[in-house]
Design a protein around this ligand. Sequence first.
Ligand code: SF4
Length: 240
Amino acid sequence: MSEQIENGTSSRKTFEDITEETINYFKFISDIGWSGFECSSQNIETLNTWGEISQPVLGTLESIKTDLGNCCRCKLSENRTKIVFGKGSPNARLVFVGEGPGYHEDQQGEPFVGPSGQLLTKIIHAIKLTRESVYICNIVKCRPPGNRNPLPEEIKTCVPFLERQIRVIKPEFICALGAFAAQTLLNTNTPISRLRGRFHDYNGIKLMPTYHPSYLLKNPDKKRDVWEDMKKLMVRYFKK
Ligand code: SF4
């Protein structure tokens, strides 16, 4: 019983402390000139969202393209003919991400239009989709000279634009074509041969890595592996 009284006393003291603090606070804000609280719906909304992490404005694919402009942020700008921004549906459920533009892409300013692009088109058709219904882009948007691999600095500079494109499109699936795309998006050094064949998570998006079409042109025996990867993608894509 004595404990209950003690606890009750203690609770009442705490309540009195809070009341006194509140009264003192109101006196204080009155002294510094506040006459009351403005309870507009806008203010209530502001209070409700206090502490939430604000998301940067995403914009549209067009506004990202405008921000990119005639980009000279990395050395790949020195030898390029055209920037290859990306092409396809802004509402695509599936985004293909390759490594970087080759000769034909650099000339035309469009992704995957050379021989490996023709093979990618066949792959897209094989999974009952069209180039217009998906979105196709690359890790870097300018052709590395002589088709060399993009350097880490070049990837680091260019990839934020790709990340913005993906955030705007909000696809359900990404197909990473080749080691560079898969390793960059998944932030890993694991070889493509071990990454492919299963879904990975990329910011809540199901990401399927597979071999790059240009690798398939040189290693046609790997087409069967790619077909296995595409079948898994197709099953999930068309799942009701
Ligand atoms: S690769 Fe990307 S960052 Fe580099 S110049 Fe081209 S668009 Fe700019």
